[in-house]
Design a protein. Structure first.
Length: 177
C-alpha cells in the first residue's frame, strides 16, 4: 500500500483490490469514504460512536454497513452499539457482537445483531446465532460486504431467512410477511 506521509490510502488500497467484492454498498459510498492518517497509519471515525478506529478491512465493512443502517434504514446512532459484550449465564464471551441495534421500546434489549467479516470471508454464521440466542435478539445479520444473510430467530434455536431487515419505522412482522 503506497501512501505519502500526508495522504491516506484509498479504501481499495486497504482492501488490496477486493473493494469490488463490496457489492452491497454503493460505489460512491466506498470511493468517498473518509480516511485519515494517525501516526502514519490509516484511520477512520466510527459513524456510531465518533471514536477513531484503525481502517482495517473488517472495520471498513462495519463502517459502510453502519452508514447504510443510518441512511437507508433510518437507525439513529443512539440505538447502535459497537463491540457489545455478549453474556451467556455467568460467562461473558471474549468475542464481542460487532453491531447491535437496540429495541426502540426497550433500549436494553437487542433488536438486531450484525456480524461482519472482511471481504470474501464466509465464517461467522454460528457465532451470529450464538450471539442472537444469548442476547435474545430476534434478528441477526451476517455480511462480508458482498453477501448478506438476514435471519429471524423465531425460537431459541430455530432461524429462518428474511428478505431484509426492518427500517427503523417498520416492524419485524411487516418484513417477515
Amino acid at each position: 500500500m503506497k501512501t505519502s506521509a500526508k495522504t491516506p490510502p484509498t479504501v481499495d488500497e486497504i482492501l488490496r483490490g477486493t473493494a469490488h467484492a463490496l457489492t452491497i454498498f454503493e460505489p460512491e459510498a466506498i470511493a468517498g469514504f473518509p480516511l485519515f492518517l494517525k501516526r502514519g497509519k490509516p484511520y477512520l471515525e466510527c459513524l456510531a460512536t465518533g471514536k477513531k478506529r484503525p481502517a482495517r478491512p473488517e472495520e471498513i465493512v462495519r463502517q459502510l454497513y453502519l452508514k447504510m443502517l443510518m441512511e437507508k434504514y433510518g437507525y439513529p446512532a443512539g440505538r447502535i452499539a459497537i463491540e457489545e459484550a455478549v453474556q451467556r449465564g455467568s460467562d461473558i464471551h471474549d468475542k464481542l457482537a460487532d453491531i447491535v441495534i437496540w429495541d426502540k421500546d426497550d433500549p436494553r434489549a437487542a433488536y438486531i445483531i450484525i456480524e461482519r467479516k472482511k471481504p470474501r470471508r464466509s465464517d461467522g454464521m454460528e457465532q451470529l446465532k450464538s450471539y442472537c440466542s444469548a442476547k435474545g435478539s430476534p434478528i441477526g445479520v451476517w455480511t462480508n460486504g458482498g453477501e448478506t444473510i438476514h435471519l429471524h430467530r423465531r425460537e431459541p434455536n430455530h432461524y429462518r431467512n428474511l428478505p431484509d431487515i426492518p427500517r427503523a419505522d417498520q416492524t419485524l412482522v411487516r418484513v417477515a410477511e
